[in-house]
Design a protein around this ligand. Structure first.
Ligand SMILES: *Cc1c(COP(=O)(O)O)cnc(C)c1O
Length: 399
């Protein structure tokens, strides 16, 4: 029997669930792109984007996905042959590092494995060895979406300061902005990259690069910068089209404006608290199920778990069957186990992820978790029954 008709939940870690309000705001014919409402509303969008990142500094908007934002950040700050160090706790730091390398940057990866956060001691050690300050940038990922590991950005900042090193701190907040606490200015982040399609609840297609004064100075010496990626004209445009180096992404801007309004209405602190409660419900369920069999949350320690995505290890090849059951029988789409194994290897089927970022509330997550529990039973994946009840008890205690 198929029970999937009805409202489905795309519980992959991006693109996230798009609110009806955002979709409705986009549903219009294009306005004049030279004057009028569109031109007038962009400065306000820019201000709100800064508030979400807790910064007074600048943000450039690109028509791009996260990979584009990565490239934009590198091109404005570095020159060919300069060195950058990526701090890897999953796939995404490797990805950013590869982008930089292909642009001509000498990259080096400090790898902390897939189940640990960045060890700041190791970073201090590496930076102290760099007496001539050849390292120009540290590429960090706040939440690695492949492993569900959340790194302590303040501790990484302190490590750089303890080593007395001048490298720029560049942070990927693609999966954490609008979900987990992030304080760009208070934490001393020089460059931050994000995208529209995760915590910001807007369709994929906009990339954001935030930068402070120190990064702005680096821009003056960077030889990788090109016309399209140049952030300078995008933040102080002489004419409107320079915000986007061409035609504005009209519909995305209407959607984003609505999403930012929703964020203001709920309040950033409340949004972080909601993500925390929803994540804790997810952990309560999985930690309970994991008491029997070999199902477990990838990040062992609660303090390094992301509040927007959870990566799961099943210890068997049944993760794919579980995902297929949840999607085809019950209308719940779970994420694949990105970066944990090669797609052709049997281990590929050991992993899955649950996205709980952006427009997600208690009833959605309880529905998703009860559905996962039904799926665990249906595909006969060994577990301790009752995890969905644990999640509902947690929600009752928090709400
Ligand atoms: C999604 C994501 C990206 C890449 O974004 P794309 O839009 O797929 O290019 C980069 N870093 C992190 C941490 C992400 O979650």
């Amino acid at each position: 029997m198929n029970l999937s008709s009805g409202v489905s939940y795309l519980a992959i870690p991006g693109p996230s669930v798009m609110p009806e309000r955002v979709l409705m705001a986009m549903h219009r014919s294009a306005p004049n792109i030279y004057e009028g409402e569109l031109v007038n509303m962009v400065p306000d969008i820019v201000d709100r984007l800064k508030q979400v990142a807790r910064t007074q500094h600048d943000v450039a908007i690109y028509i791009a996905n996260g990979h584009g934002a990565w490239e934009a950040a590198i091109s404005n700050t570095l020159s060919a042959g300069e060195r950058a160090v990526a701090l890897a706790t999953g796939t995404f730091a490797h990805g950013w590092s590869e982008v930089a390398q292909r642009m001509g940057v000498e990259t080096e990866v400090l790898d902390f494995g897939q189940r640990n956060a960045v060890d700041s001691e190791r970073l201090v050690e590496r930076l102290r060895k760099d007496r001539d300050h050849e390292i120009k940038a540290i590429l960090a990922v706040h939440t690695d979406t492949s492993t569900g590991i959340r790194n302590d950005i303040e501790a990484i900042r302190s490590a750089i300061d303890d080593a007395g090193h001048p490298a720029l701190l560049m942070v990927d907040c693609m999966a954490s902005l609008g979900c987990d606490r992030f304080e760009m200015d208070a934490w001393g982040v020089d460059v931050m990259v994000a995208g529209s399609q995760k915590g910001l609840m807007t369709p994929p297609g906009l990339g954001f690069v935030y930068f402070n004064g120190k990064a702005s100075q680096a821009r003056n010496g960077a030889d990788l910068v090109t016309y399209y990626w140049d952030w300078r004209t995008r933040v102080v445009p002489e004419v409107f089209y320079q915000y986007f180096a061409g035609t504005a992404p009209v519909h995305h801007l209407y959607g984003l404006r609505e999403a930012l309004l929703m964020i203001e209405e709920e309040g950033l602190e409340n949004i972080w608290a909601r993500h925390t409660a929803v994540a804790e419900a997810v952990w309560a369920a999985f930690d309970h199920w994991g008491q029997e069999g070999s199902l477990e949350v990838n990040a062992p320690d609660h303090s390094i778990r992301s509040h927007s995505v959870t990566a799961l290890l099943t210890g068997s090849e049944k993760a794919t069957a579980l995902r297929e059951w949840c999607e085809s029988r019950a209308g719940l789409t779970l994420g694949i186990g990105l970066g944990m194994a090669d797609k052709s290897a049997p281990e590929w089927h050991h992993f899955f992820r649950l996205g709980h970022m952006g427009h997600v509330n208690a009833q959605m997550i309880l529905g998703a978790l009860a559905t996962v529990e039904a799926g665990l039973k249906a595909v006969d994946l060994p577990h301790c029954p009752g995890g969905a009840l644990k999640a509902s008890e947690l929600i009752a205690a928090r709400a």
